[in-house]
Design a protein around this ligand. Sequence first.
Ligand code: AMP
Length: 607
Amino acid sequence: MKTFEELGVSADLLKAIKEMGYESPMPVQEAVIPYLLSDEFSDVVALAQTGTGKTASFGLPLIQKIDLTLRKPQALILSPTRELCLQIANDLKDYSKYIPELSVLPMYGGTSIENQIRNFKRGVHIIVATPGRLIDLMDRKVVSLDTVRKVVMDEADEMLDMGFTDSINSILERVPQDRTTLMFSATMSPAIAKIAKNYLHDPKEIVIGNKNEGAKSVNHVYYMVHAKDKYLALKRVADYYPDIYAIVFCRTRAETQEVADKLIGDGYSADALHGDLSQAQRDFVMGKFRQRRLQILVATDVAARGLDVDDLTHVINYGLPDDIESYTHRSGRTGRAGKTGTSISIINMREKGKMRAIEKVIGKQFVAGKIPTGKEICEKQLLKVMDEIEKVQVNEEEISTYLPEIYRKLDWLDKEDLIKRVVSLEFNHFLEYYSSAREIEVPEQGRAGKKERNAEGDKGRGKRGESRSRGAEPGYSRLFVNLGKKDGISPALIIDMLNHNIDRRIDVGRIDLMQNFSFFEVRERDASTVVKSLANLTYNGRPVNVEMADSGEASRDARPGRRRSQPKERRRDNKQQENDDFRQFFDDDTPFYDDNSWKKRKKRGKR
Ligand code: AMP
């Protein structure tokens, strides 16, 4: 294996990438860097999955070949999405840390074109653009590609899938012929071959891994369940891996929103990403996920494009996609940068054929997974609680004033008792839930299969899912609010309503959203405060009515009951942080939700 020095990378770049922890070149870098550094014009089609080190493979040589004295675009990088565009531009800025004169400009849609025009006019060496915005800027005669000598098409297959074929053709026609063109694609499809044939001169094909193969470092696991149990299986996977950091892929926008709503309602750190959200909302959710303030992102294939996250623990297919390429893209999002990842598919019997077809293409077999039993999940969660207790930072100074009183109060408990109680505090939610949840039934699979149940057998109480409780969870009261999905209400908005109108910590339990109204649970001791504090409130001008729900009201899809709320100060900090992040992230200042949505109908003194 060669070193970066041996590949010809310059000293300034070497210094920057060493600081970024790049010790030696990854295979794609070893193969591609010499081509782009060479003075000869030789085109390349590189078949490489995302996460293989592509960006540096083209970024380093592109930067190195720029004539800094000429403040004109000399290299063009095309990317399918704004996200990827920004990511590439940022990576290039990191590589060129010690080349301050270099100017890299991301140009993408969905944001102010004037700013981009202004920045472009200051002089740019490398353009990183989405095809649509670039065409727009060329049509306005702002950008000319006459001085461009190197063109990189990143994730070319995604660009074609997204309908950019005409735009790409039109862009390539407007770049001088004596250019080097490099096309990256995860798979070699007929459409990619056609572009290569039309616009690349005798391209060399570089294949990293096997052509059209799923990432090597990914384990493919499937859980076979009845269609009605898919969501319950998903919850079990999430509970079994407490440190999960995953994208759950759904097939439609509606399904994506539904699964995300259910997860949020059930207390998971989750959110939805799909095309019905505005660009600003999508960016916001992606930002939260990237910063790991969300553990589970439920997304459609299209919306997740360009979201580049390296260290996913899992990709979860909530059903298999219709086309095999989508599966390759999905699973290629885990197992990156030398790590091993797992692609879990929660499927029903009808999807078995699709699974076999995918196996043929990726050249790997799916391994049958066993849905974790309640007992296994409880063990995992218990370990997690113990781990957290071991690792928690004790603020000696802050706590010292309270300690004498705490010791006095807990004096009567011995160590074992105390440990049991501390652990139960966090763990009881899971124990209560899984002690009475029925195990998920495995469907019969062909002749050889037998009707299995997971180890614990059926302790369940009914036929309809994991319903355990009717009415509120123990210690909680169930409240009714006259706002539902039709009003755009989400679990986050319910919590937001409490945060905005009550000046102390309120633990929120389960939330059930109906079309026209909703139910949410709060601790019994807080119920009357909540009802009083929310009296006379309006939401988007509509009077809000919150009252105690009938005790006999049936509950659906019971959950382990994770606590969602947190001390008021922290909630404030987080909200502040979210708003700051939001402003930082976008050019426009559009708030994520309308802060004025919750209004008091008339002043009733201090809340
Ligand atoms: P990419 O495919 O360009 O998105 O790169 C995937 C990940 O690998 C990114 O986090 C890069 O920072 C990282 N990476 C790229 N090249 C190297 C290298 N030579 N050594 C270590 N990490 C690298």
